[in-house]
Design a binder for this molecule. Sequence first.
Ligand SMILES: C[S@@+](CC[C@H](N)C(=O)[O-])C[C@H]1O[C@@H](n2cnc3c(N)ncnc32)[C@H](O)[C@@H]1O
Ligand code: SF4
Length: 355
Amino acid sequence: MHFYIHIPFCESKCNYCAFTSLKKDNYEKSYFQALNKDINFQLEKFNIKYNQIKTFFIGGGTPSCIDAKYYESIFKTLHPYLSQNVEISCEANPNSATLNWIKAMKNLGINRISFGAQSFHPKKLKFLGRIHNQDTIFKALENADKAGLKNINLDLIYDTKMDDKKMLEFELSNLEKIKPLITHLSAYNLTIEPKTAFAKKENFKKNAPNLMKFFIQKLTHLGFFQYEISNFSKNKNTMCKHNLSYWKGNNYIGCGLSAVGFYKNQRFYTANNLKSYIENPAFRNVEKLNSKNLELEHLFLGLRSIVGIQEKKLDFKQKEKALLLLKEKKLKYEKKRYFNPNFLLSDELALYLSS
Ligand SMILES: C[S@@+](CC[C@H](N)C(=O)[O-])C[C@H]1O[C@@H](n2cnc3c(N)ncnc32)[C@H](O)[C@@H]1O
Ligand code: SF4
């Protein structure tokens, strides 16, 4: 089993972001009390056994804008259920990830940190609505290193209106500088999400597939191994196990405001309004997924990553198509699974197989 908790608070709202993120407004205490109740309910509901949780992800929002003391009760509740080699990731924003905060979170148990850097360029950061600068990113990485964290990720966003070859070369030159400090990189192609500042005006996205290819190639040259369309790792040991579990279609529990969980063929959604969540943290909206939904998810997630797709999950027609793609060298086959050697074609291949 895998576990996700959502921390829905942020210091400011970024122009591209559709994740639930609110001003703290002194809600920390009541939120964390509700979150703890929610976690206890879910542990009981899914009959979670000691040592059963293989990965635990603290996402947001901005987990680093919350004092580490609030996480103590959460760790106390979850501790017996975490497996011995559990991966515990926590998202953090560079401007709020102080040395003391990282040290305190490491003492509680985190062993992986993920910084939302998005860019090193002052104008691009401003354009994205970020409140940190390049120095803040370097400082945050230094803090994580000083605190003794060995698994450090950086998030970047590209394919914005401001990205061209020169801008991406600027990002790459900075990545080269900090390469010894990071073990993982997530490079996200900008998505224009409804109801964000970017959805309201002109097109803020570049839509340049060639730039995407260029950036991915350069990241590979820098020594990052691409294991999913947006995710790169220094080596096989530093891939994010939590995200891999999503792409494998594993079960996970999601707690916190606007969190999502998945079990067998059902998806569970918590309340998306803070007051309703605090009043009834155990509430779940349940979505039943039919076999077609599950099949599509298996194809899309598998082809976007090194997870691949299982031969036994393909019907006769899909197997014929997969064999054709194998002949054309658009798929590879190993141990009863098909693998996609070019993640940029993943959606196209998934659509072809599912049509
Ligand atoms: C759940 S967010 C929260 C991380 C953290 N609050 C931060 O901003 O640093 C995780 C990552 O998703 C990416 N992201 C969020 N919205 C995006 C969008 N519309 N397009 C592309 N990437 C996005 C960003 O890189 C962000 O760091
Ligand atoms: S990108 Fe991160 S900091 Fe910005 S609004 Fe979204 S969750 Fe908050």
